[in-house]
Design a protein around this ligand. Structure first.
Ligand SMILES: C[S@@+](CC[C@H](N)C(=O)[O-])C[C@H]1O[C@@H](n2cnc3c(N)ncnc32)[C@H](O)[C@@H]1O
Length: 262
């Protein structure tokens, strides 16, 4: 496990943090009153969106493993929630290697749960920020072979990175390091589905000190420029599935897609 600093960063319980609010939305216990207070102010659709997003991750990771993919770089991992990505993919590919990354100290505190790999595979955790991709890549190279296809998963992460911080450029640069045959798996909150609710969620997070930048469908589609979208393309989370039975149809304000790197 690697961290940016010799001393693990402190957990700040005076303000809400994205990983902890998301944990609360999923019904987890690894959050603080300040996170719960923000979660309580969100419309009920926010909980549904967290669940739908997580279920997309399950389906996309399982499908990637079924394609034989055995290397995963997951950035914006979140607080461990069973099943975690490595547990899903190692069911199919026990030798799979998974490198997790998050910038929130609470994820570091709970990282042990991410490190219990199938004995034939491997997992690692990097405490780092997606806005410093070089630091992530340098450490990930110690575990993953960048000459072979890798699945880059950015699940419900990039709406925390505004355009001013070059969200699309960050993803483009990460993708550029991956060999042909790699996959980009990405989910992202929508600003143009449930627009009023999206604005309300953004305003409540802002009051809690967290900047969100939900995006429109064309803006999310830009993350996949130059890549080959895997069927069913860019959809809402419950619409993305490969293997029947289809998820229950339901409205959802989260865009999802998987794309192959040519
Ligand atoms: C909504 S949670 C999603 C967790 C998990 N990927 C999932 O979808 O179930 C977003 C995660 O991104 C992390 N995050 C936010 N900004 C980040 C950044 N700049 N660098 C790395 N991680 C970040 C948060 O700490 C949080 O754990």
């Amino acid at each position: 496990m690697t961290t940016d600093t010799p001393h693990p960063p402190q957990i700040d319980t005076s303000k809400a943090h994205p990983a902890r609010v998301y944990d609360w939305l999923l019904g987890g216990k690894d959050n603080y009153p300040v996170d719960e207070a923000l979660g309580e102010k969100l419309p009920p659709q926010a909980r549904a969106a967290a669940r739908q997003n997580r279920q997309f991750m399950h389906r996309a990771a399982a499908w990637a493993a079924a394609q034989g993919m055995d290397q995963f770089l997951d950035i914006g991992t979140g607080i461990p929630t069973q099943p975690n990505l490595h547990q899903i993919v190692q069911r199919t590919v026990p030798t799979a290697k998974v490198v997790y990354t998050d910038n929130d100290p609470i994820v570091l505190r709970h990282a042990e749960a991410l490190l219990i790999s199938h004995p034939e595979g491997a997992t690692d955790y990097i405490q780092a920020d997606v806005r410093q991709p070089e630091a992530i890549l340098e450490r990930a190279r110690a575990v993953l072979d960048f000459d072979r296809p890798i699945v880059l998963s950015l699940i419900a992460l990039m709406h925390f990175i505004p355009d001013e911080q070059d969200a699309h450029g960050i993803v483009r640069d990460l993708v550029a390091t991956l060999p042909s045959g790699s996959l980009l798996v990405l989910s992202h909150a929508a600003s143009d589905i449930y627009s009023e609710l999206a604005a309300e969620v953004t305003a409540q997070y802002a009051k809690g000190g967290i900047t969100l930048g939900f995006r429109t469908r064309p803006e999310v589609a830009r993350f996949f420029d130059g890549l080959d979208l895997v069927d069913p393309g860019l959809t809402t989370a419950p619409e993305w599935f490969k293997t029947p039975p289809a998820p229950e149809p339901e409205l959802c304000g989260v865009y999802t897609a998987v794309a192959r790197i040519p």
